[in-house]
Ligand binder design. Structure first.
Ligand SMILES: Nc1ncnc2c1ncn2[C@@H]1O[C@H](COP(=O)(O)OP(=O)(O)OP(=O)(O)O)[C@@H](O)[C@H]1O
Ligand SMILES: [Mg+2]
Length: 260
């Protein structure tokens, strides 16, 4: 497992669940992340807000260990995912659940099969145990008796819920959401926000939400980080950001409030 000396990081008391340290990353000479520092406390929800192309998804992929930094590191649950081998990462990622932007369900599989999918390679569970786990995770997202339905028979909000049930099937400590409310109507957005709040309250997970939806961020976040051209220009609670003097934050907020 990933507890070999190099990957293990000494942690002091009250350590962050996710600690992004001085992270730099460029692609083809274009600097995308320019020295990101960001700590996420256990059991909290952090929203990374930023415009299109600001580097949100690239940051998230570094947290998952999918990308390696040019400089700096990401420590997740006390282990350095930036230096971890591919094999160790495959095991380590059980601690992380990922909810993709478009729910990314398999249309030809039932809801039950979709949610069970990450368990398939762990054949030590019996069919009855898997069924029980699927039912339990669907209940976390307030879905009942939908196991035999197909994704096409569900609303957009329900599909998102199924996506989360699948992401938590292996009891992760961390759940990452990429743009969970983009393109959704206000009512569905509200239901997805409630789902994210519910997952944190019921499971105690540490949540990271990548978004450009300020309304949603203010609703769900314990901590908000503003990413602008690869730099965290501002961070704090929703209240801190509302009162922020940072010009990028003010501009971002003004655009959003202008649309209300
Ligand atoms: N694999 C890659 N190879 C080359 N360039 C990349 C790669 N991934 C991202 N980039 C570049 O990094 C920059 C930031 O991309 P990123 O996907 O992180 O933006 P984002 O903030 O998630 O935007 P959006 O809100 O549109 O999803 C973009 O200029 C993009 O072209
Ligand atoms: Mg993105």
């Amino acid at each position: 497992m990933a507890s070999s000396g190099a990957a293990q990081v000494q942690s002091s008391a009250g350590e962050a669940m996710i600690d992004v340290r001085n992270l730099y990353r460029s692609f083809n000479g274009f600097q995308v992340l320019k020295g990101i520092n960001l700590k996420m406390a256990p059991g909290t929800t952090t929203v990374v807000l930023g415009g299109s192309g600001s580097g949100k998804t690239v940051l998230m992929k570094h947290i998952m260990g999918l990308f390696k930094p040019d400089k700096g590191e990401v420590i997740v649950d006390g282990e350095n995912v930036s230096t971890m081998s591919r094999q160790d990462l495959a095991v380590f990622r059980q601690r992380m659940g990922m909810v993709f932007q478009n729910a990314a369900l398999f249309d030809s599989m039932t809801v039950g099969e979709n949610v069970a999918f990450p368990l398939v390679e762990h054949s030590d569970f019996t069919e009855a145990e898997i069924k029980e786990k699927v039912k339990e995770k669907l209940a976390v997202v307030d879905l009942y008796n939908v196991e035999h339905k197909f994704p096409a028979e569900l609303s957009g909000g329900m599909r998102k819920r199924v996506g989360l049930a699948r992401a938590i099937i292996r009891d992760p400590k961390i759940v990452l959401y990429d743009e969970p409310t983009t393109g959704l109507d206000p009512l569905t957005t509200e239901s997805v926000d409630q789902m994210i709040i519910g997952a944190r309250e019921k499971l105690g997970v540490t949540s990271v939400v990548i978004s450009h939806d300020i309304g949603s961020a203010f609703h769900i976040a314990d901590h908000i980080a503003m990413l602008h051209h690869g730099v965290i220009v501002d961070q704090g609670t929703a209240k801190d950001l509302r009162n922020s003097k940072d010009p990028h934050t003010r501009e971002f907020l003004a655009t959003w409030f202008g649309r209300q």
